[in-house]
Design a protein around this ligand. Structure first.
Ligand code: 13P
Length: 236
C-alpha cells in the first residue's frame, strides 16, 4: 500500500522543510509514504527526510537528459538531488499544459531509464464518464503506456478521474475498483486511486482489492490529515 501526497503548486522550501520535519515524527501506520513537493522544495524535503523511509518525488520530468528546453527539469537533475521518483501525466498537466499520451510515454521512459520510480496518471473527464467512455479512455491512456514502456518494475499507475480532483466528489469504492480492474487488465502494475481522498474515505477506498494506495492532493497538505490517511489505509 503506497500513499503519495501531491502538493501541486503549494509549499515553498521553508514550508516544505517544516512539513517534512513534522512528518518524520508522525504515526504513518504501515504504508509506504511519498511526498511530491514543487521542484524548488525538493532539496529541502530530501534533506528533512534523510534517514527515513519516506520517499520524495517530483511532479513531472522532461524526457531529455539536458538541452534547450526552457523551464524543464531532467531525470539526472532529480537524481542528483536525491529524489526517488516522479509523477508523470497528471491530468492538470494534460489539461493545462498540453501533455499528450505521447509526451507522457516519453517522460515515463526517461524517468525509468534514469532510475526514478514513476507514478503515471490516467483518468476520464466528467463528460467522458457521462458519455460512457471511461473504459475507452483508460484503454487509450494505459494502452499508450503499456505499448511505449519496456520495463514496468518501478512503474505505478494512478487512476484519477478528472471530475473527482479537487471537487470533493470522490469516486465510489465500486467505481474505483472497476476502473482499477480495467487498468490492471492492460498493465499489471500497482494502481493508486486519486481524487478527493480524505481521512474519512481512505479506508474504504483502500479496502478494494485492486486499490493499491492513494495519490492525495489537498488533504496531503496538512500533516495530521495526511498521517490519518496513511493510518486509515494501513488497516486495509
Ligand atoms: P485532490 O485530492 O485535491 O482531489 O487531488 C487529487 C490529485 O490530483 C492528486 O494528484
Amino acid at each position: 500500500m503506497l500513499i503519495a501526497g501531491n502538493w501541486k503548486m503549494f509549499k515553498g522550501p521553508a514550508d516544505a522543510g517544516a512539513f517534512c520535519r513534522a512528518l518524520r515524527e508522525a504515526d504513518l501506520g504501515s504504508v509506504d509514504v511519498v511526498v511530491c513537493p514543487p521542484y524548488v522544495s525538493l532539496a529541502e524535503a530530501v534533506q528533512a527526510l534523510a534517514g527515513t523511509e519516506i520517499g520524495v518525488a517530483a511532479q513531472n520530468v522532461h524526457w531529455a537528459a539536458e538541452g534547450a528546453f526552457t523551464g524543464e527539469i531532467s531525470a539526472p537533475m532529480l537524481r542528483e538531488l536525491g529524489v526517488y521518483g516522479t509523477i508523470v501525466g497528471h491530468s492538470e498537466r494534460r489539461q493545462y499544459f498540453g501533455e499528450t499520451d505521447e509526451t507522457v510515454v516519453c517522460r515515463v521512459n526517461a524517468a525509468l531509464e534514469h532510475g526514478l520510480h514513476v507514478v503515471a496518471c490516467v483518468g476520464e473527464t466528467e463528460a467522458e464518464r457521462e458519455a460512457g467512455q471511461t473504459e475507452a479512455v483508460l484503454r487509450r491512456q494505459v494502452g499508450a503506456i503499456a505499448e511505449g514502456v519496456s520495463e514496468t518494475d518501478e512503474l505505478v499507475i494512478a487512476y484519477e478521474p478528472v471530475w473527482a480532483i479537487g471537487t470533493g466528489k470522490t469516486a465510489t469504492p465500486q467505481m474505483a475498483q472497476e476502473a482499477h480492474a480495467v487498468v490492471k487488465s492492460i498493465l499489471d502494475v500497482p494502481v493508486l486511486y486519486g481524487g478527493s481522498v480524505k481521512p474519512e474515505n481512505a479506508a474504504e477506498l483502500a479496502s478494494q482489492p485492486d486499490v493499491d494506495g492513494a495519490l492525495v492532493g489537498g488533504a496531503s497538505l496538512d500533516v495530521d490529515s495526511f498521517a490519518t490517511i496513511c493510518r486509515e489505509a494501513s488497516h486495509s
